[in-house]
Ligand binder design. Structure first.
Ligand code: GLN
Length: 279
């Protein structure tokens, strides 16, 4: 088959399986299988493709047809301009979460001192690592209960950070093994209500780790614990900054205020959904 016929064929298979954005995914999987970029693809659209490459590409298409997330097949997801390694053991970085990093950068932009930052429930490490790369005067601790997540975070530190000594990666159940005082505690904890997980899209429901999604009965379990325990780990004038589900702003604000935090605010994402609460 010629290149454009093959990619069109792949797109058709994805469409039949109900994959959203089939055209984009067919092209991205071709780039991954062949090592070509989009411009080469355009100029070489009539090229005959070897059977070997064709088989390899269609194998990736078949995986995507089962609704395996694209990022688990390609192994990467861009976040804040950096390509993070992903794996089926960690939540895939979401673009929606970039506003959390931007909020944290804004809250600390006038600070001149070295900042101590904690990314609690770090997953791939995308939040803490991108903050740390954009604030080269910071020291970042990345914490997660999952040993698999910790391995992915370490891989991302090695891949993306020129000064890996600024990044400390620890395997801990919440604050259990955390030491020190922080200017910022950043967290995108699991926050989906347990009984809502079944209604999520198959990519998320059947593939991403429950451990990274399930916020227990009311979705607020981890916010409660982190808000109350963070008091012992946050410096005066420091901030705890959370990603939240878009219907959780009021509840999380109350948790902050009832625990004695001040300067509590909500930030919306580009789709105008409530996405971040800090205090
Ligand atoms: N935002 C994720 C989703 O849409 C959930 C992330 C989380 O629970 N922290 O599935």
């Amino acid at each position: 088959m010629r290149l454009f016929e093959l990619v069109k064929y792949g797109q058709g298979m994805l469409e039949e399986s109900g994959v959203p954005d089939a055209e984009i995914d067919a092209a991205l999987l071709w780039e991954h299988a062949s090592g070509m970029n989009r411009t080469d693809m355009f100029f070489e659209r009539d090229r005959d493709i070897s059977t070997e490459l064709e088989t390899g590409y269609l194998e990736l298409i078949r995986r995507r047809c089962t609704r395996e997330p694209l990022q688990y097949i390609t192994g990467v997801q861009n976040f804040m301009g950096y390509d993070f390694c992903t794996s089926e053991n960690v939540l895939i970085p979401r673009q929606d979460t970039e506003i959390l990093v931007e909020t944290a950068l804004n809250l600390t932009k006038s600070s001149q001192k070295t900042l101590d930052v904690l990314d609690m429930c770090c997953g791939t490490g995308c939040i803490g690592i991108s903050y740390g790369l954009l604030r080269p005067d910071s020291k970042v601790t990345l914490a997660d209960i999952s040993g698999d997540a910790i391995r992915v975070t370490r891989k991302n530190v090695t891949k993306l950070c020129d000064e890996p000594e600024r990044f400390d990666v620890i395997n801990t159940d919440l604050f259990g093994d955390v030491d020190g005082q922080f200017d910022l505690i950043l967290s995108n904890p699991p926050y989906i209500k347990s009984d809502v997980i079944e209604a999520l899209m198959p990519e998320v429901r059947d593939n991403e780790p429950r451990l990274a999604l399930d916020g227990k009965a009311d979705g607020l379990y981890f916010y409660r614990i982190i808000v109350s325990q963070a008091i012992k780990y946050i410096k005066d004038e420091g901030y705890v900054v959370f990603e939240i589900g878009n219907d959780q702003a009021e509840d999380v604000q109350h948790l902050f205020v009832d625990t004695g935090y001040d300067d509590v605010h909500v930030v919306q994402d580009l789709c105008r959904n409530d996405r971040v609460v800090y205090g």
